[in-house]
Design a protein around this ligand. Structure first.
Ligand SMILES: NC(=O)C1=CN([C@@H]2O[C@H](COP(=O)(O)OP(=O)(O)OC[C@H]3O[C@@H](n4cnc5c(N)ncnc54)[C@H](O)[C@@H]3O)[C@@H](O)[C@H]2O)C=CC1
Ligand SMILES: O=C(O)C(=O)COP(=O)(O)O
Length: 411
């Protein structure tokens, strides 16, 4: 399927596009050859994005309102990761830009890293390793423990948290979890009613919540003080979830037995000696450069999954799996010269369907589906037996409706 583009607001793609995005000027805002380590600063991204229809990013490239305003031709964003907090999702949907991610391709990698960190913290392995590299032999068993029989408290029991629950039980741990949603516990894990209850009763706390207004500084001084003396904190979710000065204080005072931190409120935009944090030098503290999802397996699955979603959206209008868009799809369009697919993103207000029905009234609408999400709605209709003049007319009339955000015609 390919598309007509009577105005720049529609995407053009080559017919029979292969399984990687082939729209004009696809841009990669994060360099994947070095593990996505370099993210473009806002001004540079704004320059690069102007003529781009499709963009692929990882967790660090910020697609702000300002960037979206500069991206007049942008139709779709692929987040080649789980988190989508780096994109202004609501503004993107208001501009008719669909956003896709890979909801679970790197979950296993994060869960495995956290499992390893539980053992490393419990045996103070980071400190022993540092000492040995300085020629300092310190054979210690005080405050070093097996993890068998200890309690893991998981905050956020989604894809990563629940995977970790199964892995840690297989190592003999007890699992408690706290989540805003009531969820089915796996194995013999138990859901608790409050964060405080989890903090009071766990030997290890691990965070697996998204970055939202509610999770900002979710672990601050009060929560750290509520944690058991000598317990451990692991954060591989987002840097904003933990108040870093409070964590540094809890570690230096010896209230916490250690911490493993993979994500930070401010992360360097590129690889190099740019990292600074109050956590540097804290006892039994493992610091990693946001590598929770950085495995060959995860990156390869993410690459395939997100690329396929982008191609389906560009070539067929399919928004299934989009994080900020109504999810709409139709079974395959007739492979006929004179058949088209109308994809209409519009404001979600009363009376729109009547206008569209009027425009399409004299045509043969094979199938049609529409759905809404918040302030926007998305309609897809397959129309057969149309001449090229009629296609232009449909495009013109639909795109001139007052509720139009983006109109595309695919054929
Ligand atoms: N370090 C890394 O490289 C990686 C980090 N991540 C981060 O991990 C996060 C979690 O990933 P998934 O498990 O795949 O997400 P998910 O969406 O499957 O699960 C998140 C869970 O958190 C719960 N939740 C949301 N707000 C909450 C709150 N205020 N209190 C308690 N629970 C709350 C949700 O109900 C859900 O069950 C991602 O959003 C991302 O930011 C994800 C992949 C790699
Ligand atoms: O998947 C996520 O949300 C992550 O945090 C991983 O991000 P990255 O692809 O390593 O920039």
């Amino acid at each position: 399927m390919s598309s007509v583009s009577p105005t720049p607001s529609t995407a053009r793609v080559k017919p029979n596009a292969p399984a990687t995005p082939q729209g004009p000027n696809p841009a990669a805002a994060a360099n994947s050859s070095n593990g996505g380590a370099d993210a473009l600063p806002e001004e540079e991204l704004i320059e690069k994005i102007r003529d781009v229809h499709c963009i692929g990013i990882r967790s660090k490239s910020k697609v702000t309102k300002k960037v979206l305003d500069a991206a007049g031709k942008l139709s779709v964003i692929g987040c080649f990761c789980i988190g989508t907090n780096q994109v202004d999702l609501e503004y993107a949907s208001q501009k008719g830009v669909a956003v896709f991610n890979s909801p679970f391709s790197n979950s296993r990698s994060v869960a495995e890293l956290v499992l390893a960190e539980i053992v490393l913290l419990s045996r103070q392995l980071g400190d022993r390793n540092n000492e040995m590299h300085k020629g300092d032999w310190q054979k210690v068993s005080a405050n070093c423990y097996e993890i068998r029989g200890k309690t893991l408290g998981i905050v956020g029991y989604g894809h990563i948290g629940s995977q970790l629950s199964v892995l840690s039980e297989s190592m003999g741990m007890r699992v408690l979890f706290y989540d805003v949603a009531p969820l089915m516990p796996l194995g013999i894990a138990k859901q608790v009613h409050s964060l405080d209850e989890l903090l009071k009763n766990s030997d290890f706390i691990t965070l697996h919540v998204p970055e939202t207004e509610d999770t900002k500084n979710m672990i601050g001084e009060h929560e750290l003080n509520t944690m058991k003396q000598g317990s451990f904190l692991i954060n591989a979710s987002r840097g904003t979830v933990v108040h870093i000065p409070a964590l540094a204080k809890a570690l230096r005072s010896g209230h916490l037995g250690g911490a493993a931190v993979d994500v930070f409120p401010k992360e360097p935009a590129a690889n190099g000696k740019y990292f600074e944090s109050e956590l540097v030098g804290c006892p039994n503290t493992l610091l990693t450069p946001h590598i929770g999802g950085s495995t060959e397996e995860a990156q390869s699955m993410i690459g395939v999954e997100v690329s396929q979603a982008l191609v389906k959206f560009i070539n067929y209008g399919t928004s299934i799996g989009a994080v900020n868009f109504p999810e709409v799809d139709l079974r395959a369009i007739k492979d006929e010269e004179n058949s088209i697919r109308l994809c209409y993103t519009h404001s979600n207000v009363p009376g729109v369907l009547r206008q569209i029905t009027n425009i399409l009234a004299d045509h043969n609408v094979d199938k049609q589906f529409s759905d809404s999400k918040g302030k926007i709605a998305y309609l897809m209709a397959d129309i057969s037996d149309v001449t090229s003049e009629q296609i232009q007319d449909i495009y013109k009339r639909v795109s001139e409706t007052p509720t139009n955000i983006v109109t595309r015609i695919l054929y």
